[in-house]
Design a binder for this molecule. Sequence first.
Ligand code: PDD
Length: 276
Amino acid sequence: SHVWLNGAVLPAEAAKISVFDRGFLFGDGIYEVMVRLQGRFFYGEAHWERLERNLEKIGIAYSVSLLRQNVSDLAQVAGLLDQDVLLYIQVSRGTAPRQHAFPKDITPTAFMYLLPFSLPDVNTKRMEVSVLPDQRWERCDIKMTSLLGNVMAKDSAVTGGAHEAVLVRNGKITEGSHSNVFFVKDGELFTHPKNRFILDGITRDITLELAGSLGIPVREEAVAQIDISQMDEAFLTGTSTQIAAIGRMGTHTFFEGSEIGPITQRLQQAFLALKN
Ligand code: PDD
């Protein structure tokens, strides 16, 4: 398979990055994930804008337009022009002798690859999720490549037989290890407000928009861990997750069997319709 690295499309084995790359040494980089379905990027503009915003947040000067212009070249060489694909993009601060402060005149390392992608069958599958402490830092709005807090939580969930971890900070559910979390209570939708404790998920935004158009009231308020058992429904959102119903969260079971809550179902159907 082929990847794009610093302006060139190369076989993956031929793509090399220095051991002094700050992405490797410090996790000093930003990434983005989007999917291309039937030839067009799903909410591509929002993903490119978020990438740009995140690079600005950590002071990496890199023009996202170079990446945008090169995706179809990469797709062509990789033989993936006609398939649904997932696009992974990463821009690190670049390579320099190891020192914590940002080096002057450093050139960012930019990298992207495509993977064949098929939409998961979320409309029948229900997620089981673990509830774990949110041990990450206080800038979870930055889509950075230092993901140790996320991968440790996810691994702990998977080891315990769950599909995903939902995280708790100061008694409140923030988000999943790689997804946002929603709850339904008495016909209203609840999700953590956009601030430094969660990633501003594009699928989260789409879901809020759909709720608006379906007349489902929304409260951007965090749900307390102790109130999970009072909620009627819960689901996860994310680019690869889509809208995935939660069957069990920690010790609480929302639905027995294969049932999916009515509001989750309406949102899933509306979400599916966006793709056609
Ligand atoms: N997940 N929260 C975290 C910590 C994430 O890593 C992600 C992205 C989300 C959802 O964001 P979006 O809807 O923009 O994908 C929330 C990966 C990229 C994914 O689900 O594919």
